[in-house]
Design a protein around this ligand. Structure first.
Ligand code: NG6
Ligand code: CA
Length: 529
């Protein structure tokens, strides 16, 4: 049984009153499910083009709803994109919002207006299930007590998550801040600097590994896979990588079933196809294109099971389902799982027609699968090339629930409801991209047909590219790159020298937006607390 925190009951009261006061024919607000995959590229879903992985259940969402072909993540790694998703603010505006270790403190202030809080204030039941990766607690978390603040304190009534990523310790589930199945006689310790306890590590005992690493991931071995970071204890609480996805899915379905009769918001943060790719045996070898592609099939199947549950509960007509991803694909991402070789052999490219991938500001890093299905309001089979961004969901949720945002709420978020339901134009004049770095500025911008990449996505990216340069992605040079996405969606011809005025104008735009602290006209900078 899913236990809602007591706050949930109180939060539901206003909606009950509002519904009762409305005329009998008044529309019920929709349920909302935001499904975010992890490192799923534009070309990884078959409705987006000629990839070699068949994703029939995801394609069905597109057929029955809207397929956005310019749906963006605000960053090309996990933590900053999810920060932007939940706050409606670009993460590069704030220090400390880069890829987090599993023992990081929460990076979003509990006093902020967040995506779940917008829904909860409107009387929704809210839940997050899956990958968290936004930190927990207000110092180094002690996983032997309830860790707070965390998702519950940001507006989720129910949270069933991993702390960070599958390749980072601690390898345990947390339910509403508490480690699931923790035996108090076997306390957990976690450290990212030095070894704790005596569990073997990949570095010292490579012979114990069932999946080899080739970069990073040399620390504590859990389930035959070495991870980033050291842990010991909590043996009874360790997850099983091969059932991780099924476990999340079951929790999500339980939440949907338990929310019948009142509107709900579910943030379903799937972990596929991020490393380590260790899918359930029923998907191993199924794609014919390697471990990563098998994990994509597993994700597609999980989408099917969520949709089945919605249908079985009679909820699918008035549920808005959005499916996207946090950043572009990285076939090789630290484990020797041969995913890159196998995808090349199969002729699959996770970025589809786009250049680059995870860690880069090229379209392959930030242009995401982006689907929206809501039979009651979105006509089936539409396609839109209007640029939208995951940061828009906060303002869109506010519009959906009829609760206006304050200027400093979600300062980079635009209401895209008319884009979804009426085929309207994007309300945003431009979109900024970037992973947090030394300078608190974006590193790339898209405005209409133009895309300017000022510097590449930082040292992390440069290292990633040097380690494994995809054939079409030269290492960053530091010189500005200007592309005409209409004529050259693959970002192959640098027009910076030909259009210096455009480079200048867009550079000024980026600087101005960084200085102001917002990009939505009329907004204000979010308070820094
Ligand atoms: C990198 C890891 C990579 C992945 C990434 C985070 C190495 C060499 N690479 O540092 O495997 O975990 O962080 O991915 O350790 S993300 O999707 O959560 O941003
Ligand atoms: Ca990711």
């Amino acid at each position: 049984m899913i236990k809602l925190l007591p706050l949930a009951a109180a939060a539901l009261a206003p909606l009950g009153a509002a519904l009762a006061a409305e005329s009998p024919g008044a529309k019920r607000p929709p349920n909302v499910i935001v499904i975010i995959a992890d490192d799923l590229g534009y070309g990884d879903i078959s409705c987006n083009g000629p990839g070699k992985i068949g994703t029939p259940n995801i394609d069905r969402l597109a057929r029955e709803g809207l397929r956005l072909t310019a749906g963006y993540a605000p960053a090309s790694t996990c933590t900053p994109t999810r920060y932007g998703l939940l706050t409606g603010e670009y993460a590069w505006r704030k220090r400390g919002t880069g890829i987090l270790p599993g023992d990081a403190a929460l990076i979003i202030s509990p006093s902020r207006t967040t995506l779940p809080r917008v829904f909860r204030n409107a009387g929704y039941a809210t839940a997050v299930v899956g990958k968290w990766h936004l930190g927990l607690g207000d110092g180094k978390p002690d996983f032997n007590t309830r860790v707070a603040p965390g998702p519950n304190e940001l507006g989720f009534d129910y949270a069933f998550t991993m702390a960070a990523t599958g390749d980072r310790v601690p390898c345990v589930y947390l339910e509403n801040g508490k480690v699931v199945n923790l035996d108090p006689a076997d306390p957990i310790s976690v450290d990212y600097r030095r070894k704790v306890g005596d569990w073997p590590t990949g570095r010292e005992n490579p012979e114990l590994l069932r999946m080899k690493f080739n970069e990073g991931h040399a620390d504590t071995i859990v389930n035959g896979i070495s991870r980033i970071g050291f842990m010991t204890g909590g043996k009874a609480a360790l997850w099983d990588d091969r059932t991780l996805s099924d476990t999340f899915n079951a929790k999500a379905r339980e939440f949907i079933r338990g929310s019948k009769g009142r509107p709900f918001f579910l943030y379903y943060a799937a972990h596929e196809p991020h490393v380590p790719r260790d899918p359930n045996p029923r998907f191993v070898g199924k794609s014919g294109a390697g471990a990563r592609a098998d994990a994509v099939l597993q994700f597609d199947d999980q989408v099917a099971r969520l949709m089945e549950t919605l249908k079985a509960e009679g909820l699918d007509d008035n549920t808005l389902v959005i499916l996207s991803s946090d950043n572009g694909p990285a076939a090789a991402d630290g484990y020797a799982d041969a995913a890159l070789e196998n995808e090349r052999k199969a002729g699959h490219r996770g970025s589809g027609p786009y250049r680059g991938g995870k860690y880069t500001d090229f379209e392959g890093g930030v242009r995401m699968p982006f689907l929206a299905r809501w039979p009651a309001r979105i006509p089936a089979g539409r396609v839109s090339a209007e640029p939208v961004c995951l940061t828009d969901l906060v303002a869109t949720a506010a519009a959906l629930t009829g609760r206006p945002l304050a200027p400093s709420d979600a300062p980079d978020s635009f209401n895209i409801l008319p884009v979804l339901t009426d085929g309207a134009k994007s309300p945003a004049p431009y979109r900024l991209f970037g992973n947090p770095g030394a300078e608190l500025t974006a590193s790339a911008v898209r405005e209409g047909r133009w895309k300017l990449i000022l510097r590449d996505a930082g040292a992390h990216s440069a290292r990633a590219l040097l380690r494994n340069p995809p054939a079409d992605t030269p290492t960053p040079t530091g010189a500005p790159l200007l592309f005409d996405l209409e004529a050259d969606p693959g970002e192959t011809v640098n027009l910076a020298d030909k259009h210096p005025d455009t480079v200048k104008r867009l550079t000024a735009l980026m600087a101005e937006s960084a200085r102001a602290g917002f990009s939505r006209p009329g907004a204000a900078a979010a308070p820094r607390r």
